[in-house]
Design a protein around this ligand. Structure first.
Ligand code: MBD
Ligand code: FE
Length: 302
């Protein structure tokens, strides 16, 4: 075995392949390995520190929090900024601003036509009615668009991840009607907090950061011949509105809340009493063909 200098070891590690493998992955891995070497050298990282890193990475994986950490260091927001930039370069008409998917999406939520109740009735809270129209950038309504919506329960957790919620609670898909209209009934969600003591929160703690997201509702909207839109709306008045741990709130996505007390409106929306009302229209970019929603199912977490 030769004696390597740091540079020789790095070169050797990055050139020690005998099959083509996947060239893109190899190039990305080479660059990342190079950066890790620099950090270890520049910060004089000790054996103990390296082993505590490995333990933490293993714990992060066991907790299935890679996606949560990714949101917390802005990786998803980065991709949205790059997508916005690409739209600008290509002079594409902008739709509703994108916002990150986050690690808590579950595909194949129950599907209803035009209208759905998102909550299963097991929790009490502020009743929320939200409705609007899905249109395209030319202003044309998008009939039969799929509005896939998900949000937190009253404890701030999401079904599938928070064992106190039944599966698909606060998760539905609504197909818009002929006029592109959707209507949902649910409970106003609170904000989200990274689980205390979890690997992601351990890192945030040593960075002096919190793990809170302001109250929000997620949407993934797809329509025939339209670019799928992943976004969120934010509830105004939340203390973390401008201090989101995932850096994902956008001014144009902060909705107005209307408190409805008029008995006629209460009857019209088939509520039992006063409720909070949000009207929000979504604008999709036009595509030349039907595109699949390009998101992966999020893995389950602890
Ligand atoms: C969430 O609810 C969320 O939306 C993100 C991005 C990260 C953690 C929890
Ligand atoms: Fe969320």
């Amino acid at each position: 075995m030769p004696e390597y200098s740091v540079e020789q070891l790095l070169d050797h590690v990055n050139s020690s392949y005998s099959k083509p493998g996947n060239e893109r992955v190899r190039k990305i891995a080479e660059r990342m390995i190079c950066h890790i070497y620099s950090v270890i050298v520049d910060f004089n990282v000790s054996h103990a520190e390296l082993w505590s890193l490995f333990t933490w990475i293993n714990d992060l994986g066991t907790a299935k929090q890679a996606g949560l950490l990714g949101a917390g260091i802005g990786l998803e927001q980065l991709l949205d900024i790059l997508a916005d930039e690409a739209d600008k370069q290509a002079h594409r008409a902008k739709g509703t601003p994108r916002a990150i998917e986050g690690p808590l999406y579950i595909p194949n939520a129950p599907l209803s036509k035009h209208e759905a109740r998102l909550d299963d009735g097991s929790e009490k809270g502020e009743p929320l009615v939200m409705e609007g129209t899905v249109r395209d950038t030319q202003g044309k309504p998008v009939p039969h668009a799929i509005v896939d919506v998900w949000h937190a329960g009253q404890g701030g957790g999401y079904s599938f991840f928070d064992p106190s919620l039944q599966e698909f609670n606060y998760r539905r898909r609504i197909e818009t009607d002929e006029k592109g209209h959707y209507l949902s009934h649910s409970l106003l969600p609170p904000g989200y907090a990274v689980p205390p003591g979890s690997p992601t929160q351990q890192l945030l703690d040593v960075l002096g950061r919190h793990g809170n997201r302001p109250a929000h509702i997620h949407f993934m909207i797809s329509g025939k011949n339209h670019v799928p839109l992943t976004t969120q709306v934010n509830i105004p008045g939340d203390e973390y509105l401008n201090d989101d741990f995932a850096f994902a709130t956008r001014d144009a996505l902060v909705v107005e809340l209307h408190k409805i007390t008029d008995p006629k409106k209460i009857a019209q929306y088939r509520q039992n009493g006063p409720f909070t009302y949000i009207e929000f229209d979504f604008t999709l970019q036009v595509a030349d063909k039907e595109l699949p929603t390009n998101r992966q199912a999020a893995p389950e977490q602890e």
